[in-house]
Design a protein around this ligand. Sequence first.
Ligand code: ADP
Ligand code: MG
Ligand code: MG
Length: 303
Amino acid sequence: MARLELSNLHAEVAEGDEQILEGVDLEVQSGEIHALMGPNGSGKSTTAKVIAGHPAYEVTEGEVLLHLEDDEFGEDIEIDEDQRTWNLLDLEPNERAALGIFLGFQYPAEIEGVTMTNFLRTALNAKIEEREELFEDEDGEDEAEEDDEGFENSPMEGPADEGEVGVAEFQGILQEKMEQLEMDEKFAQRYLNAGFSGGEKKQNEVLQAAILEPSVAVLDEIDSGLDIDRLQDVSEGINALRDEQGTGILQITHYQRILDYVEPDHVHVMLDGQIAKSGGPELAEKLEDKGYDWVREDVYGTA
Ligand code: ADP
Ligand code: MG
Ligand code: MG
C-alpha cells in the first residue's frame, strides 16, 4: 500500500515566472481511482508533469510525498523505517518511477529496430536497477559495478544481469499481462512507435503500466481521440491495473465519458491551478449536466 500526497503544491514555468499551480491538495492511495477533471488550461497536465518531475516546471511551494508500507515491493526489497516517506521533489524522474510512480508513456522517438517487447523489458529492468540503488543497504557491499560492463553498450540485447529480468522470463510476464489486457500478441513484436494508431498508443500505455506495476499511475487524457470500442478496451485495462495489481489511478480527463467505464472512487475538479471541488462519482455526472461554469459559480459566486 502506497499513498501519494500533494500538499499546497505551487508550480510555475521554469523559464519565466508564470504561476500555474496555485496550491494543489490531493491524496491518491493504491487501489483507489481518482478522476481529475477540469476545463482546458486549468493545470491538470501540469499537475501530472510536476508529480513525474518534468523539468519544464519549477515547484515554488508545497510538497509531493510518497508514503510506502514496508511490504510495498513484496520480498524484493526491505524498507527501513526511515525509508517509508519519500520527498519526490528531491528525486529525479527515474527515481520517482522506481518508487512506483507511473506517468503515461512519453513516446520516445522511433528507434530503429527496437520492438515493444525489448523496450518494455528495458524499462522494467531500469526500474528494478534504480530501485535496488535507492534501497541499497548502506553497509552492504556494492556488487553492481563489476558485472555492469558491456551491458551499457547494448541495453536492448545484453545478457540478464543479476536481479534483472531475462528475455525468457520477460516473455512469460508479457504474455500474462497481455492476456490480462486482452491484447493481441502481435502488438509486442511491432517496432517502437512505428505506425501505431492513436488507440494502439493508448493501449501500449496501459500495457506499460501493467508491466511496471506502479503504486500510482497518472493517466493524462488517455481517453482522448478513442472510438467507443477502443475506449472500452483501454478502460478494461485500467480497471485491471487496479483490480489485479492494486495500482492507484489518477485519471485526468476533460470529459465524463470514460468515467462510465472506469468508475472513480473520487472526483476532483481543477480550476485555475487549484482543486476547487471534490466529491464522489455523482460530481462527474453533475458536471456532465451543468458544465464547469457551475463549479466556478459555486466556488467563486460568479461564472
Ligand atoms: P490542462 O492540462 O488542464 O489543460 P495545463 O496544465 O496543460 O492545463 O496548462 C495550464 C496552464 O499553464 C495553461 O494556461 C497553459 O498554457 C500554461 N502552461 C502549461 N505549461 C506551460 C509551459 N511549459 N509554458 C508556458 N505555459 C504553460
Ligand atoms: Mg521560474
Ligand atoms: Mg492537459
